[in-house]
Design a protein. Structure first.
Length: 148
């Protein structure tokens, strides 16, 4: 998302763009956008300062860290940026937006807070039903200790 500084009118500039997530290099092993990302921005300028209010929207396919099932996250976040544009003619927000989007990714995606995970004995997805094996209590207390 590039803006020509001198094109920002007094009343502000409204922009809407669609970006290919692959072009923005936003994929992580367990997360990827399955739609283009819609970026909407409202840009204002006060002499040498430019302020941008940006929203980013799209759908992410994530892989649950517990049960390994794919699920969809509706991503919709808003960011604010400010820039000193003294001596600049073009402002490129793309990299800042990219970094903010990545910061909003879940550290460990979970299909649900209550996801039961996979049976350690037979590998069945326990969200789909009980296989009759006993859960390993030690494994869950280990998981808690590591912060998840
Ligand atoms: Zn899960
Ligand atoms: Zn089992």
């Amino acid at each position: 998302m590039k803006i020509k500084v001198n094109d920002i009118p007094q009343e502000g500039l409204t922009l809407e763009e669609q970006h290919d997530a692959a072009a923005l290099d936003l994929a992580r092993d367990d997360l990827k956008f399955v739609t283009p990302i819609t970026l909407k921005a409202f840009i204002t300028r006060d002499t040498d300062d430019v302020y941008a209010h940006v929203s980013a929207e799209g759908r992410i396919e994530a892989v649950c860290g517990r049960c390994l099932a794919a699920y969809i996250i509706n991503f919709n976040k808003e960011f604010d940026f400010s820039y000193d544009v003294k001596g600049k003619t073009v402002l490129d927000l793309t990299d800042d937006i990219r970094q903010e989007i990545i910061l909003e990714y879940p550290v460990k995606p979970l299909c649900s807070e209550n996801c039961k995970g996979l049976c350690q004995v037979c590998g069945k997805n326990l969200n789909e039903g009980d296989c009759g094996h006993k859960p390993d209590a030690d494994r869950w207390s280990e998981a808690k200790k590591s912060g998840n």
